[in-house]
Design a protein around this ligand. Structure first.
Ligand SMILES: [Zn+2]
Length: 258
């Protein structure tokens, strides 16, 4: 797959090639424009699709031959999180919660419960700011470090996973990830549960998308998400797909070993 470094090199070579050719013959300005336009398109595509691996490597899909799926919840902790935990306990399933640091204040007990019940608590930034993708590397590191500290306080574990807000990646986020030594977790099945209000439509979308190796993205914040979760778990059982944690799916550690 094309990445940022390779496409930058290709872009520079094309521009240099055009300039060299232009030296002897005349090259229409349109060729420069088209090269610039395609490069910009690649950057936009790479930023918005975490699966593209354009700026950084993200774990997005499980092995297609193992009969496994994994479920993740973003944007908590939230009042719904306890309802989600009840459903998970009843079904003996393990998932990961990518928490927003600023939501943890006053809900430390929920974060503790997530960990106590065997699920993974990971970092989805502190601010989840609309301009997160435009933060400097220093500001990004300060932001995510605050959430790591809050997770440590509630669970006693030092987090090593990160999921970027909105799934958007940039060169700065890639550098922050390298410096923080995170593993980035994406998804390959986005439910759009925050946008699709009709549960039947939402279920249809998720169930249609579930396959061997699915990594499903849901949100704690979606009203009635515990009902959707129960249906997803029933469906997985019917199809003989085992719900595993992302640690098992990707053979990685969510926390620093002590
Ligand atoms: Zn989010």
């Amino acid at each position: 797959m094309l990445n940022y470094r390779d496409s930058s090199i290709v872009f520079i070579l094309i521009i240099l090639g055009l300039m060299a050719y232009d030296y002897t013959y005349h090259v229409s300005g349109w060729y420069y424009f088209i090269a610039f336009f395609l490069f910009s398109l690649a950057i936009i595509f790479g930023s918005y699709f975490i699966q593209s691996g354009f700026f950084l490597k993200a774990y997005c899909s499980g092995d297609e031959n193992k009969g496994q799926i994994a479920i993740t919840f973003d944007d908590g902790p939230h009042e719904n999180t306890s309802l989600i935990l009840d459903v998970l306990k009843k079904n003996n399933a393990t998932v990961a919660f990518f928490c927003i640091g600023k939501n943890i204040a006053g809900k430390e007990n929920i974060v503790k419960s997530i960990n106590d019940e065997g699920h993974i608590v990971s970092n989805h930034s502190f601010s989840h700011h609309n301009l997160f993708d435009f933060f400097s590397v220093k500001k990004l590191k300060q932001d995510v470090s605050k959430t790591d500290d809050l997770i440590l306080r509630s669970t006693g574990k030092r987090n090593k996973l990160f999921r970027p807000p909105f799934g958007v990646t940039t060169p700065n986020i890639a550098q922050m990830v390298r410096e923080m030594d995170y593993k980035v977790i994406g998804w390959n099945l986005r439910s759009y549960d925050t946008a699709i209000k009709d549960h039947d439509r939402l279920m249809k979308r998720i169930l249609k998308g579930i396959k061997n190796g699915s990594l499903i993205l849901l949100h704690d914040t979606t009203p009635g998400i515990e009902i959707v979760l129960q249906k997803v778990l029933d469906h997985a059982r019917e199809r003989n797909l085992k719900v595993v944690s992302i640690e098992d799916m990707f053979q990685i550690n969510a926390y620093e070993s002590v």
